[in-house]
Design a protein around this ligand. Structure first.
Ligand code: SF4
Ligand code: SF4
Length: 472
């Protein structure tokens, strides 16, 4: 039975409720009056239910769909302004005892060269990332209690935070590792992680069980209830996502939104971020085997609908997507992107050498961070390396009201300007520096509060003089 507040995955992601919702959406896909009223409700920036969002997804009317797209753009601007936050994934280990059929790290893939970074290698990768300008990482590791126990992950986090190379520093470490116990989540929290990220992959239990035939991840309930345990363990920023293409997209979007509603109903804090990865080519993985693989247009519509249904959430897109698709997605609601990512273990240090085969997926966007930063600037976005909220204690229920009201934009904008300035001084090419300086001049004028503007101007001067790490 559907129960948003239940702690049982089969109740808060109730299959019957999803089927009823999808039926309701199909029945109403030509009900333009209803669709218009849902779009009007979304314009108030208070979000949509999974039922309302599903009706919008089913709508095939171009005019109404265009209204959804322009609203998504407006809402993103209203809440987060025009800053786009950068992050980079750091692959620690590709040892994995699971058997996910869509991932080349699955235990039976004998082509995969297995590798786990030593602490010296973690240090070298961190320096390579700092030398590019990155400040925010997402750690990635397969599930393997022998090769990658939690102690190993904790040690890596400590190593990463301890390294300060030249003016570089990693100021926020997010972690994407397998579902674990409440106690382990508390240990991650105590290690100073930012967001705990775990993709559901698919919300369809039957599908899930077929795609995960063996290994600890095959336990659908344990996996689906992981975010509840993370919250109980004290992690109040969690990141959701599905791997679009594994199941039917309407089912997945509905499940994803029900999960967000569940977290909000039980803990008063919805997902800090939502990621929208799609199945893409990799070693031993052929996308043609996945009949639900998503066309660009539908994927873009899903991005827009998540933005208006969960307006407060950070939305993330990776280098799985092409530059052009990322450009469109930025317009429709994406607020965080990765840049110059390596999806291999040790790939930042060895980026110029022929790689052993350790990659999790093929990247579509292979530009350098500087190229992506300049591209954003030229489109009028502020590339941001901000990590302020978590370091100022603005997490969980302290962050949510600021994000929901849009007040967070008052911090995002000056922080984006100051962290961009650091990037321009320390790492940018001449061209990017020139474009970035003009953007900063222009954006300073857009800071509405005169006092905040003056502090930002003063801090920019201090950054030129060698000081670092200012934030609101
Ligand atoms: Fe292992 Fe994660 Fe890949 Fe599954 S998706 S095989 S758990 S690394
Ligand atoms: Fe993110 Fe907070 Fe910085 Fe805004 S101020 S970019 S929400 S960390």
């Amino acid at each position: 039975m559907y129960d948003v507040k239940s702690m049982n995955a089969d109740d808060f992601i109730d299959d019957g409720e999803i089927s009823d919702t999808l039926l309701y959406a199909q029945e109403n896909k030509n009900n333009y009056k209803l669709i218009d009223s849902i779009i009007e409700k979304a314009a108030e920036c208070k979000g949509l239910t999974h039922r309302e969002a599903s009706v919008l997804l089913a709508c095939e009317n171009d005019e109404l769909n265009n209204k959804i797209y322009s609203l998504a753009k407006k809402i993103k601007q209203r809440i987060y302004g025009n800053r786009i936050v950068f992050f980079a994934p750091l692959y620690l280990s590709n040892y994995c005892i699971n058997s996910c059929t869509y991932c080349p790290y699955h235990v039976k893939n004998k082509n995969m060269c297995r590798k786990k970074l030593t602490q010296e290698e973690v240090k070298a990768e961190t320096i390579a990332l700092q030398d590019m300008g990155h400040k925010r990482l997402a750690l990635e590791a397969g599930e393997d209690p022998v090769n990658n126990p939690l102690e190993y992950i904790l040690e890596c986090i400590q190593t990463i935070y301890s390294i300060k190379h030249k003016n570089g520093a990693i100021r926020r470490v997010n972690v994407n590792i397998a579902a674990t116990t409440v106690e382990n989540y508390t240990r991650l929290k105590d290690a100073g992680i930012g967001t705990y990220i775990l993709f559901q992959e698919t919300y369809n239990r039957k599908n899930y069980e077929q795609l995960h035939p063996a290994g600890p991840k095959s336990d659908y309930k344990y996996h689906t209830e992981a975010m509840d345990r993370a919250m109980q363990g004290g992690i109040d920023d969690v990141g959701l996502g599905v791997l679009f293409g594994l199941g039917t997209y309407a089912y997945e979007l509905c499940g994803l939104l029900m999960h967000a509603e569940h977290l909000e109903a039980v803990f008063g804090v919805g997902p800090h971020t939502i990621s929208v990865p799609r199945i893409c080519p990799a070693d031993d993985i052929d996308v043609n085997d996945f009949t639900n693989a998503l066309p660009d247009k539908i994927w873009q519509k899903i991005v827009a609908i998540i933005r208006i249904a969960v307006p407060y959430t950070g939305m993330i897109v990776s280098t799985r997507e092409s530059a052009e698709n990322r450009r469109v997605a930025l317009e429709l609601g994406i607020s965080q992107i990765s840049g110059a990512s390596s999806t291999s273990v040790g790939g930042y240090v060895n980026s110029d050498e022929p790689q052993e085969n350790t990659a999790q997926f093929e990247r579509s966007d292979t530009r350098t961070l500087d190229e992506v930063a300049d591209w954003l600037i030229q489109m009028g976005y502020i590339p941001s390396f901000c990590t302020a909220c978590y370091r100022e204690g603005r997490t969980g229920d302290r962050f949510m009201p600021l994000a929901k009201s849009g007040a967070i934009g008052n911090c995002c904008q000056p922080n984006a300007i100051m962290t961009l300035k650091e990037y321009l001084v320390d790492y940018a090419s001449d061209t990017t520096r020139k474009h970035g300086e003009s953007l900063i001049e222009k954006e300073l004028m857009n800071i509405p509060n005169a006092k905040v503007r003056q502090i930002t101007i003063d801090n920019l001067k201090k950054i030129e003089d060698g000081e670092r790490d200012f934030r609101f």
